[in-house]
Structures are given as structure tokens and as C-alpha cells.
Design a protein around this ligand. Structure first.
Ligand SMILES: *Cc1c(COP(=O)(O)O)cnc(C)c1O
Length: 449
């Protein structure tokens, strides 16, 4: 069957995420038949270079042989068993290894990022209840934060296009300023900006910590905000403030964990350990849905009691799925055996050099990089920039989805230099084409996160 046939059937039966479906009257859906490495192939045989690791999950590209093999082997012994009252090898080993990597002794599992956020929020709230401080019920999140889109997660998310429609459903969190380095005043460094944001948070905690359970942040990079990057000193100060005011620190490393920012966990660049660490996305290398919340043993102990209701009763059918855990173990094996962080560091320098012509364009602002994430803001009058750029790149065989007027690269770690060169060349052409095009005033620049 051809692309055309698949896209018509998809449009008729599938409600696609993060999409105004009417858009697909003019913008075709791309049916993918197969994928290998950084390349997707459609049903007409056209190939696309996946420059965003398929929404940031395919860490090692598509079809990585070691992850495939691990899932195959697990399939022969145990695909799944309920995790209430039962356990299995992959979930035990994964929990032990994540504990050793993070310094957080207990792991609780879900299947998606938003659930991990919800689990961390509920655990923090419940911890304070169990610890004789039931008045600590509020959460603090940062401006432009993104922590997922279920109702609880949306309450700590500050992306109006996703949250404002549902405002009446949500119990809003308190908001603290983002440490986004782009917001530095003239003469102010990224570290100064971060300290200024931490000071505002400090003022909020000084006034209201008695009613605050936790602060939740995306360490180093606020992804869905448009890859807003900030100085690690913010996290160091945040850790101190949380200790000083007895408030939990929830690190949402769903996007930035697993080496994306250059260290295995982003928090490591600030030398801190959070109280709760949320992981998902790259955890299985894009093979199976899995998420995890790690926490300290003393927090775990506050739930350990003869009274059933003091336990954390959150349940989820597929929790700790054996196949997903086996895939995650293979991802950890690859990190250990293939020196991924060091290889990425060298590769990232090469990629940054290749991006110089992009960086030097007069319409490119705030070019920034951390680890294996690159982003820049485009000075354009086109309200439909994101859509126009996405289409111009697709035509050139590249998958990049700008967020508003921010273009970003979040490639698989296995991307080769010549593939990055291809992305850069296509980007330069696409920018020329889009900027020369008609400035459509209707349309919504934020419609392609
Ligand atoms: C993607 C993401 C989430 C939500 O994960 P889902 O699996 O899409 O629910 C939460 N937080 C951050 C930082 C993310 O990037």
C-alpha cells in the first residue's frame, strides 16, 4: 500500500497527538514503514533523517541491535507479570542499577512521563502527610515548565497552549521565574540570571514553605519551552533552598536524563541529588513505554508501616513490565560498554563546528548547546514559521519540528558527522526558503511542539 492510502486511513481512524487534525487537510501525515539508525522510510521508499530522535526517545536511533536482542531474549522467558506481590529479574536489576547511578535507593514504575510526574507529586504530598505535616500540599513549578499533560502534570506545566483550556480542571501550582539564560539583562551572565531566579524562588519559599510540598524542575534545559537552557548554579542553589526550607526537590529528567545534556543525569552537572528523580523517554531507547520515579530510602521509610493507608497505593497495570525493563537494561549496558558520554562529547564538538554557518546567520539568535541538544531562535515575521520550516525540512528528507520560532536538534547519539552535515545543509536551505516565503499572518507558531 502507498503512502497516500495509509495516510487517508490514518486520518480517518487515528486521532493524532498534539495536532489540530484539520491541519492535515493540507499538511500530509507521513506513514512510516520502517526505520533503521537515524533514518525513517515511508511507504513510497522516501527516507527522512530523524533529527529529533522521534520526540526525544530513540537515544541510539532506530532498531538498535542490542536492544532488539535483549527484548527477544526476555520474550522467551517472561513478557509480563503483575508487580503487586510479584517480582522478576529485569525489574530488580534495573532498580539496583538506577539506584547505583542516581544515589536514590527505591524505584517506582509507570509507563509514561506524565505518570512519573504524577507519582512524584503524590509521593511528596503523601510523605508530608505521613510525617505529621499535612498542611504541605502545594507545588512550585517554573515559568515555561513542561511536566506532561495528564490533569495533575498539567497543573505544574506552564505552556498555555496545552494548559489554558483546562484551567478549571487544574489545581494550579505556584510559579517561580525561569532561570532561562536568554532572559539575562545586558551585562548579566547566565550564572547571574540563574542566581537571580533562585533568589526569587527563595523569597517565595521564605513566605510559603509551610504549605509547600515540593519544587519541580526540568534540570538544565526546559525542553518544551523551546530548549531554554540555564546555568547549573540554579540547581545548586535550589538544592540549598529546598534543604533550608524543608521542601522536596523533584527533578524531572524525563527529557534530559540518559546522557542528553552531556552527563548521565543533568543534576550531576550541579553536583546535586534530588529527592525524587523522574525518568522516561530515553529509558528504553525508544522501544517500549516505561517510566520510573526514584527516591531516597528515608522517604520510602515514611510509607513503611502497619497501617495500609500509609503505604503508597498508586497502581498501574503495566508497572515494571519485564520487556520494557529488559530494554532499559540494554540501554544501560550500551552506556557502560560503549563509552557513550565520551563519544558524544567528541561528536558534539564536531556537530557544533558544522553548525557555524547557521549560527552566523543574521536571522539566528541565541544559538545554544548543551550535550546533545542544539537550539536557536529565528528572527522571522512569519506566524506560521514552525509549520513552514517543518514542511520545508520534510521536503528535504529531514525530520525537525521547531517549537514556535525555536529550531532545535536532538539527534540520536549514533548520528554520524555526514548526517549532521546533511541536517545543517537542509536547515540553511529551509531557512532561506521559509524567510523568502509569504509572511502568512494567520496560523499559530506554537502548533508544532
Ligand atoms: C515528555 C516530557 C514529559 C511527559 O512525558 P510523556 O511520556 O509524554 O507523558 C514530562 N516532562 C518532560 C520534561 C518531558 O520532556
Amino acid at each position: 500500500m502507498s503512502n497516500q492510502a495509509w495516510l487517508e486511513r490514518s486520518r480517518a481512524a487515528v486521532w493524532h497527538p498534539c495536532t489540530q487534525m484539520k491541519r492535515h487537510e493540507s499538511l500530509p501525515i507521513v506513514p512510516i514503514a520502517s526505520a533503521e539508525g537515524a533514518w525513517l522510510t515511508d511507504f513510497d521508499g522516501k527516507r527522512y533523517l530523524d533529527g529529533v530522535s522521534s520526540w526525544w526517545v530513540n537515544l541510539f536511533g532506530h532498531g538498535h541491535p542490542r536492544i532488539k536482542q535483549a527484548i527477544r531474549e526476555q520474550l522467551d522467558s517472561l513478557e509480563h507479570v503483575m508487580l503487586a506481590g510479584f517480582t522478576h529479574r529485569p525489574v530488580v536489576e534495573l532498580s539496583e542499577r538506577l539506584a547505583a547511578l542516581s544515589g536514590l535507593g527505591h524505584a517506582f514504575y509507570g509507563s509514561d512521563g506524565a505518570s512519573a510526574t504524577e507519582i512524584a507529586l503524590k509521593m511528596s504530598f503523601h510523605y508530608w502527610k505521613n510525617s505529621g505535616q499535612p498542611q504541605k500540599t502545594r507545588f512550585v513549578s517554573l515559568e515555561n515548565s513542561y511536566h506532561g499533560e495528564t490533569v495533575g502534570a498539567l497543573a505544574v506545566t506552564d505552556v498555555p497552549i496545552f494548559s489554558s483550556t483546562y484551567a478549571d480542571l487544574l489545581k494550579p501550582s505556584l510559579r517561580a521565574p525561569s532561570p532561562d539564560a536568554r532572559q539575562a539583562a545586558p551585562g548579566e551572565s547566565a550564572a547571574d540570571m540563574a542566581r537571580r531566579a533562585a533568589q526569587s524562588l527563595g523569597n517565595l519559599l521564605a513566605k510559603r514553605s509551610h504549605e509547600i510540598a515540593a519544587v519541580i524542575v526540568e534540570p538544565l534545559v526546559q525542553g518544551a519551552a523551546g530548549m531554554a537552557m540555564y546555568d547549573p548554579v540554579y540547581l545548586t542553589e535550589l538544592r540549598q533552598l529546598c534543604d533550608q526550607y524543608q521542601v522536596h526537590l523533584i527533578a524531572d529528567e524525563i527529557a534530559v536524563g540518559f546522557g542528553r545534556t552531556g552527563s548521565f543525569f543533568a543534576c550531576q552537572q550541579a553536583g546535586i541529588t534530588p529527592d525524587f528523580l523522574c525518568l522516561s523517554k530515553g529509558i528504553t531507547g525508544g522501544f517500549l513505554p516505561l517510566s520510573c520515579v526514584l527516591t531516597r530510602d528515608d522517604i520510602y521509610q515514611a510509607f513503611y508501616h502497619d497501617d495500609v493507608a500509609r503505604g503508597f497505593l498508586h497502581s498501574h497495570s503495566y508497572t515494571g513490565n519485564a520487556l520494557a525493563c529488559a530494554a532499559a537494561l540494554a540501554v544501560l549496558d550500551i552506556f557502560e560498554d560503549e563509552n557513550v558520554l565520551e563519544t558524544n562529547r567528541i561528536q558534539a564538538e564536531d556537530f557544533t563546528r558544522r553548525m557555524r554557518p547557521l549560527r552566523q546567520r543574521p536571522d539566528v539568535r541565541h544559538f545554544r548547546q548543551r550535550g546533545m541538544i542544539w537550539a536557536f531562535d529565528v528572527d522571522t515575521s512569519r506566524a506560521d514559521f514552525a509549520l513552514a520550516y517543518f514542511s520545508a525540512m520534510l521536503k528535504r528528507g529531514c525530520l525537525l519540528r521547531p517549537i514556535g520560532k525555536t529550531v532545535y536538534f536532538m539527534p540520536p547519539y549514533t548520528l554520524r558527522s555526514e548526517e549532521m552535515q546533511w541536517l545543517v545543509n537542509a536547515s540553511l536551505e529551509a531557512l532561506d526558503e521559509v524567510q523568502a516565503g509569504d509572511a502568512r499572518t494567520e496560523g499559530d507558531a506554537t502548533a508544532l511542539p
